[in-house]
Ligand binder design. Sequence first.
Ligand code: OOB
Length: 554
Amino acid sequence: MTSRIAREPLAPVAQYPPELVTHYRERGYWTDETLAGFITAAAARHPDNEAVVGSDATGAQTRLTYCDLDRRSSAVARGLSGLGVRAGDRVLLQLPNIVEYVEALFGVLKLGALPVFGLPAHRRTEIGYFCQFADVAAYIVADRHGGFDYRALAREVNEGLETPPVVIVAGDPEEFVGFDSLRGYEVPVLADVDPLSVAFLQLSGGTTGVPKLIPRTHADYLYSVRASNPICGVDDSTRMLVVLPAAHNFPMSSPGILGVFHAGGTVVLAPDTMPSTAFGLIESERVTHASLVPPIALAWMAAPSKADHDLSSLRVLGVGGAKFSAEAAARVPTELGCTLQQVFGMAEGLVNYTRLDDTQELIVSTQGRPISPDDEVRVVDDDGALVEPGTTGHLLTRGPYTIRGYYRADAHNAEVFDAEGFYRTGDLVSVTDSGHLIVEGRAKDQINRGGEKVAAEEIENHLLSHPAVHDAAVVAVPDEYLGERTCAVLVISGDAPTVGEIKRYIRGRGVAAYKVPDRVEFVTEFPVTGVGKTSKAALRRVLSESIAAQTLSS
Ligand code: OOB
């Protein structure tokens, strides 16, 4: 047994004003339900329903009932406790879509510890940062996935940390603790959890040099989950295919895995994102719901293997995370035989859905309307004044499941939350008469690469650390498939490196592959704004013109 390393208590987080706490409770949004008690209550309601179908870390096909999941997650909680993890400690989960992910998630929550949601794509730099910033006590990974060895990553990360977390591995653990061995310990579970306390730390898409962590409470998160279910037609007959990384906010809670578990339905975990894998599972598992980012929805519609499978069980396809073009949206019902539901959400809170009974016009051309009557949406101009209805402006929001501040980020919070607690989303929207939002663009310095968010500043900092790079700007360039790709524009001093060298250099910095610039362009100087700052708008314009010209001439 590992001796316990004392961990810092969770840092204080921005609170909701007391009058709103009362209001949200009175309206029944916030209840005493906790994520920790959630799976036990679900198991009591429908013990023998199938909760999860998917591979485990060894690749074996596994089916768990709610009763199995309840028992296995309790064993994980006891095992973690035996390893010295305590209520309030942070546990970093970085697992692919395997059944151990849900066991681990509820195990951590039952202990009263806080999951931190890593993505399988994250590498040394991101994982090391989360471990340090959130003072992570335990780090749970799979042995290998997608050709990558997460034990090697854990070794690398731990070398750089003063108080490394205990590493737990699903599959072959080598020198680490085996996930299966967690079931061996018999230590009582602690958790007596306050529903208004922080339940976990979710990752933000980010606009700054380092990723921000989002503290969500049991009460706020579960409200968004419970309220999503009727909007998305989720009930105990739902069989939801999870194709996107399970730890992302969209497949987790909009309505996601948690929505399905709340209703007593079944989650089907897809081991990869290939359309043929999904189609096989839709047919064999009689899948009714799936949530996708636009590029995967496009790939489904274009896949020839569609014709070889019976997809008739599919009722609702949620598409979100990035703008889905009206042209593609219009093709979903005929090409996939299901209802499209557009989803415009953010890990910070606000989620909008088109309603299943909306007109086809609204479903195709809008990104939906908020979940809650108490979601407050303001659309303002550059000076902060409300715009006329239907006019494009900056989206600000606050409400019963939108955070009031990022974790340990006072300076940034002062910029992105206004005095009344509204969150400046960085999105440009217009609102229809029906209250539906249309995403018109973005004011934040972020690239939305088919739903995967890249903070320009984070990659610019990596680029600037290269000895030959004098100045760097990372901007979005249009892409038919992903919507946007990243382009690093560089001013070089001295010998010019090749494009390949720059990409290898960024990869070598230990960041997720989706953050490595897709294109690299060299310029002698940047266009500037009136006040002499680099004009990214001008850069984007020049680049899209030159890309369009290249496409025309090819
Ligand atoms: C979801 O969450 P995040 O935190 O990865 O990203 C949020 C951002 C939004 O601020 C917006 O810029 C963009 O992603 N976005 C969309 C969109 N959905 C999200 N932009 C255009 N159209 C859409 N439909 O991406 C997320 C969280 C919960 C549910 C769905 C998506």
